[in-house]
Design a protein around this ligand. Structure first.
Ligand SMILES: [Zn+2]
Ligand SMILES: [Zn+2]
Length: 136
């Protein structure tokens, strides 16, 4: 287990896998995601700003859901999220195809490989889409 700062409330907690939020925030985080999912089911392809306005979920959090591959940008993403290693614009996830291996092996140095694999298998990706409307 490692000490990790909760991405929602910034409390430090004992991380058991690759979760990004503490046990207190986990249900709230699920609830926020559910709101986004519902909104996007009704308005597919809504911009991230629209999602923020209608669900009250912060852009920072929407960005995190994108990095967690629970949401995906459709169309031109204008660099709303970028590869954490090379900075290439991405539609979802944390690393581009080229950096994926390197990125994941870095991650695995911090987290036990077994728990990573387990969580990865459990992860299901929703097909709802966020489209980022950048200025043309
Ligand atoms: Zn928290
Ligand atoms: Zn990259």
């Amino acid at each position: 287990m490692t000490q990790y700062e909760c991405q929602r409330c910034h409390r430090v907690f004992q991380r058991v896998g690759i979760e990004n939020v503490c046990p207190v925030c986990a249900p709230l985080d699920e609830e926020d995601f559910r709101k986004i999912k519902e909104f996007l089911t009704e308005y597919p392809g809504a911009s991230s700003n629209e999602v923020m306005r209608h669900t009250g979920v912060s852009l920072r959090q929407i960005k995190r859901y994108l990095k967690e591959e629970r949401l995906e940008i459709v169309g031109d993403n204008k660099g709303f999220i970028r590869c954490e290693l090379c900075g290439k614009p991405l539609n979802s996830g944390r690393f581009c195809d080229l950096c994926y291996r390197e990125g994941i092996s870095k991650e695995q140095k911090e987290v036990k490989a077994t728990s990573y694999t387990r969580l990865n298998e459990d992860k299901h990706k929703y097909t709802t889409e966020v489209r980022y409307h950048g200025k043309k």
